[in-house]
Design a protein around this ligand. Structure first.
Ligand SMILES: [Fe+2]
Length: 288
């Protein structure tokens, strides 16, 4: 198979408190607010028009993941491949309402094994103006690496192995205990999952965003404390991707892992390993 997902393009997040997002994302995360509609906001972190779309009234938390493919031919090939596994895919071509709404040329939609909406797109529109962080932070995010990573708590790991590895073409990065990490570009992982301890915990647990330097992380910790936003894990260093990060609760039912220093994978030389712990140090959690 040659057609695969290339990068994480965007996430769509439902909220009951759009006003809280309006200050949280710029002040704590350093994202740039883009006015969108009466009931939704967009936030930028790089040259693209948005990376987060936050919608009032939509299902709470991350309900849609937008994954980028290379072009129209690759999308056609990937859809045919996905359908062989029994998934139903709907293609919204150029000029369609959904493609226009997402700022892409074409988008194809399907449901992941737990019912999360997956959108496969190509030709994501860049903004006309440069990204300007209100707090002066810059991110490790671009066309090749995508916006970061997703960590999901899932019902059935075997279904997710099949979905991300066999269906969407991700490559194995490594394992930490029961968690599995996959990459689709040089970023160590763009998607990871762990079995949910309880069915009601099945959801996207966190979105990772990576700053270009440690100062960006330090400023965000100060800003989180100043804003009174709940810290869900303290500063720590991950064993597998070497990321130094902390976790903060958003105004929706999803956390942000905010870090720096993640490693990149060269598929020519990479050997997946198994780690018994996720942390060299830190990442203390109240429930841990
Ligand atoms: Fe993570």
């Amino acid at each position: 198979m040659t057609a695969t997902v290339r990068s994480l393009g965007y996430v769509v997040i439902g909220t009951t408190d759009l006003a809280a997002w309006r200050t949280f994302a710029p002040q704590v995360l350093g994202m740039e607010l883009v006015e969108h509609t009466e009931t939704s906001l967009r936030f930028r972190m790089d040259e693209f028009g948005y990376r987060f779309q936050v919608e009032e009234g939509a299902p709470e938390g991350v309900h849609t993941l937008g994954w980028g493919v290379k072009g129209a031919d690759e999308l056609t090939e990937l859809i045919a491949h996905i359908e062989k596994y029994g998934y139903t895919v709907t293609r919204h071509g150029q000029g369609s309402e959904l493609a226009a709404a997402r700022n892409v040329k074409e988008v194809a939609t399907l449901s992941d094994p737990d019912g999360l909406t997956i959108e496969l797109f190509h030709a994501f529109e860049e903004a006309l103006t440069p990204f300007v962080s209100p707090v002066g932070t810059s991110f490790v995010a671009d066309r090749e690496l995508g916006m970061g990573h997703i960590f999901q708590m899932v019902s059935d790991p075997e279904k997710y192995n099949e979905f991300y590895r066999d269906v969407l073409g991700f490559r194995l990065s490594d394992y930490i205990g029961p968690a599995t990490f996959y990459h689709c570009n040089p970023r160590h992982h763009s998607f990871a999952f762990v079995p949910a301890p309880k069915p009601e915990m099945q959801r996207v647990h966190h979105i990772m965003m990576e700053t270009t330097d440690l100062d960006g992380v330090g400023r965000a910790i100060d800003a989180m404390k100043a804003a009174g936003a709940p810290e869900t894990a303290t500063l720590g260093k991950h064993t597998n991707d070497k990321m130094i990060s902390f976790y903060v609760q958003t105004p929706s039912k999803v956390s942000i892992e905010y870090g720096t220093g993640g490693i990149f994978i060269d598929d020519e030389t990479w050997v997946p390993t198994q780690y018994s712990s996720a942390h060299y140090w830190g990442h203390d959690r109240e429930d841990a």
